[in-house]
Design a protein around this ligand. Structure first.
Ligand code: SF4
Length: 402
């Protein structure tokens, strides 16, 4: 049995577990005093389980080629954007730049395009980075378990795959072309990744595609299921609120700032040991307010276009029309297809534009400790094979700072 059958049962009206019943009650409209009380519980729970730490990571975009059409995403195949795929040496340059900024946790991100972003290419990227980046994760098109296994062996420990929306009708409406149309295939992806050996798995939903309370409750159900069935891995959740993207997308189902705060606090109170990730899609002021409340992992100084940190890949920018590469005319003004960008087009707009160093300084100002590194493979070299499994299962509580 996978989570697919459990979600189907929930959609058909099956009763919620006691944990989910309590979680749902925390999503009901709250007075200001009630919200402040929930936030205080969230802070206490976070300190008890994570101390005053905040992990920092950086997304590194490998490619913005994609075979899918997702209405909310600038990388959709029918969008006439500037595209490129970084070579492995270019990926290494981007990663070395991020390493100089302090990052030891990098998330490799790419659109879904098997020709440009094959598992062989990903394995080569991982092998090139693993000696100087101790924590590597991927957020790419879903794969089969045997395709994930070489990536794990190449040093990848984290898999991020968001369901986008748990509402089947909304999913069908927003995913109009490409393999991503298969809802169940995506829903089972975390379980396939776990079977391949990923030890950190991130799930999430995009806020804005369907009624947010139903969406968030389904995400919590997914999390509860994975915690029970994939118990050797650690999990994070994320709720990116959609922002306007290339193609003119505007989110339909808004979640206010207060509702966003309430939801994150509800997750923290009901799932005390689960990491909560916050991206740079949110504004500086809201991120500052959220940092102490229950967030445990943040990106900072992010770029959402391939080569965004160093300009690598700008020599190979092109259009892709109906699956075919189309060279830019030298005299073609780039603003006609990319909004004026000089490099490849980004996936979405960044709201918090502070550098990683500025964010780290702010964290210290409010009494939180930025954690750049919390893992090193050398740790396992002192542990016998027999001891590894339980050590891996609990290893997210181990924090090394540098
Ligand atoms: S969300 Fe992912 S799969 Fe969909 S168009 Fe964007 S990059 Fe491609």
């Amino acid at each position: 049995m996978s989570f697919v059958s459990q979600l189907n049962a929930l959609d058909a009206g099956a009763p919620l577990s006691p944990l989910l019943t309590g979680f749902r009650s925390l999503l009901e409209p709250l007075s200001r005093e009630e919200l402040e009380s929930l936030a205080a519980r969230s802070v206490t729970t976070t300190r008890r389980n994570f101390g005053r730490t905040m992990r920092l990571f950086a997304p590194l975009y490998l490619s913005n080629e994609c075979v899918n059409n997702c209405s909310y995403c600038g990388f959709s195949r029918d969008n006439p954007i500037l595209r490129t795929t970084l070579t492995v040496p270019q990926v290494e340059k981007e990663a070395r730049h991020l390493s100089q900024l302090g990052f030891r946790h990098i998330l490799l991100v790419a659109g879904e395009h098997p020709r440009f972003v094959s598992e062989g290419y990903l394995a080569d990227c991982l092998s090139a980075l693993r000696d100087f980046i101790p924590t590597l994760a991927i957020e790419v098109g879903p794969m089969e378990t045997p395709e994930y296994e070489p990536l794990v062996r190449s040093g990848c420990e984290g898999l991020v795959v968001y369901q986008e929306t748990y509402d089947r009708a909304a999913y069908a409406a927003y995913h109009t072309a490409g393999p991503k149309k298969d809802f169940d295939w995506r829903l089972e992806c975390p379980e396939r990744g776990y079977a391949a050996g990923f030890r950190r798995i991130g799930i999430g939903a995009l806020v804005g595609l369907a009624d947010w309370r139903t969406e968030v409750l389904r995400l919590a159900a997914h999390l509860e299921y994975l915690l029970r069935t994939c118990w050797k891995a650690t999990f994070t959740i994320s709720l990116p609120r959609l922002r306007p993207a290339a193609g003119g997308f505007q989110p339909e189902h808004a979640m206010s700032d207060a509702e966003f705060v309430q939801t994150l606090c509800a997750f923290r109170v009901c799932f005390p040991q689960v990491g909560i990730v916050l991206s740079t899609r949110e504004s500086e002021s809201l991120r500052n307010a959220l940092f102490p409340l229950g967030i445990t992992s943040i990106s900072a100084g992010s770029h959402t276009e391939p080569g965004g940190y160093t300009g690598e890949g700008s020599n190979d920018v092109h259009l892709t029309v109906k699956g075919r590469r189309v060279e830019l005319e030298p005299e073609t003004p780039r603003s006609s297809c990319s909004g004026g960008a000089t490099n490849a087009t980004g996936q979405f707009d960044i709201a918090d534009e502070r550098s990683a160093g500025e964010v780290a300084s702010y964290l210290r100002e409010i009494g939180l400790e930025p954690v750049w590194k919390d893992w090193d493979s050398a740790i396992l070299s002192t542990v016998s094979e027999r001891e590894k499994e339980p050590f891996l299962a609990g290893s997210d509580s181990l924090l090394l700072t540098s």
